[in-house]
Design a protein around this ligand. Structure first.
Ligand SMILES: NC(=O)c1ccc[n+]([C@@H]2O[C@H](COP(=O)([O-])OP(=O)(O)OC[C@H]3O[C@@H](n4cnc5c(N)ncnc54)[C@H](OP(=O)(O)O)[C@@H]3O)[C@@H](O)[C@H]2O)c1
Length: 245
């Protein structure tokens, strides 16, 4: 059985949404643990900046610009990984968009499709592409970043909320499918995190709020999940800010 507590230097992690926010923090953390981290998002320049930060600290990473809505691009990543690394030990599905702020009946069909393609179909495509590599090596972690909006009603965020409820259901079922292959599939559901989520994407342009969780708080949970001993499987973590707004 593959023990993730040993040989982290040989391990490969793939993180979607690595260009900023929570995905960036998770990428930095996994690299600091010794893994080679494949950084995925659309913004090549932001990914390069994250890579530079990781390399400055002696970590290993690789930039892989990819639009998760594009099935071929995701399959291309899987072929590249298979040829170059021949393994994928950790997959963190973190990328998402959040079109909130309007009632469901005012949302266009195109907005709905875009949100579901990113938040729910994207993780499906990633799992479809990378789970076979894990199954072949008889081990791995798949960690899906959901939200407390996937457990609670979210007025003016119904589609986002539905995508995260869907991601939870996908996670619970997939976990049972892959247990026999020694693959642990977990979901992490944070409350409000201090990122520019829902904004234009520039990390410098959001209003920082001290009561919120920090991206590193989510990275702490991901590190804990990846470091679990082989016999232990934390399947779900709800992560709340201690204070309310
Ligand atoms: N922030 C919160 O309060 C909060 C709370 C609970 C849960 N979450 C969840 O945490 C996760 C990360 O959120 P965050 O706050 O870090 O958001 P963020 O700062 O907006 O980052 C989102 C990331 O997703 C990437 N992305 C978006 N669409 C993509 C696509 N089509 N293909 C590839 N990458 C794409 C973005 O990069 P590009 O734009 O370059 O592609 C970016 O790296 C999400 O799943 C979110 O639902 C966030």
């Amino acid at each position: 059985m593959d023990d993730l507590d040993t040989g982290l230097q040989q391990k490969v992690a793939v993180v979607t949404g690595a260009a900023r926010g929570i995905g960036e923090a998770i990428s930095r953390r996994l690299a600091s643990m010794g893994m080679t981290v494949i950084l995925l998002a659309r913004d090549r320049e932001r990914l390069r900046a994250v890579l530079a930060g990781i390399e400055d600290l002696g970590g290993k990473a690789e930039v892989h610009p990819c639009d998760l809505r594009d099935e071929r691009a995701v399959e291309g990543l899987a072929s590249h990984l298979r040829q170059k690394q021949a393994r994928c030990d950790v997959l963190v599905n973190c990328a998402a968009i959040g079109l909130t702020g309007k009632p469901l009946h005012e949302m266009s069909v195109a907005e709905w499709d875009d949100l579901m393609a990113t938040n729910l179909r994207g993780p499906f495509l990633m799992i479809r592409a990378l789970a076979p590599l894990m199954i072949e090596r008889r081990g791995g972690h798949i960690i899906n970043i959901s939200s407390l909006a996937g457990r609670n009603p979210s007025p003016n965020g119904a589609a986002y909320s539905a995508s995260k409820w869907g991601l939870n259901g996908l996670t619970y079922s997939l976990a049972e499918e892959l247990r026999k292959d020694n693959i642990r599939v977990s979901v992490v559901a944070p409350g409000s995190v201090n990122t520019g989520f829902g904004g234009k994407g520039d990390p410098g342009e959001f209003k920082s709020e001290a009561w919120k969780l920090q991206p590193d708080d989510v990275a702490d949970v991901v590190e804990m999940l990846v470091r679990q001993p082989a016999q232990s499987f934390v399947s779900e973590v709800l992560l709340r800010p201690t204070r309310k707004p």
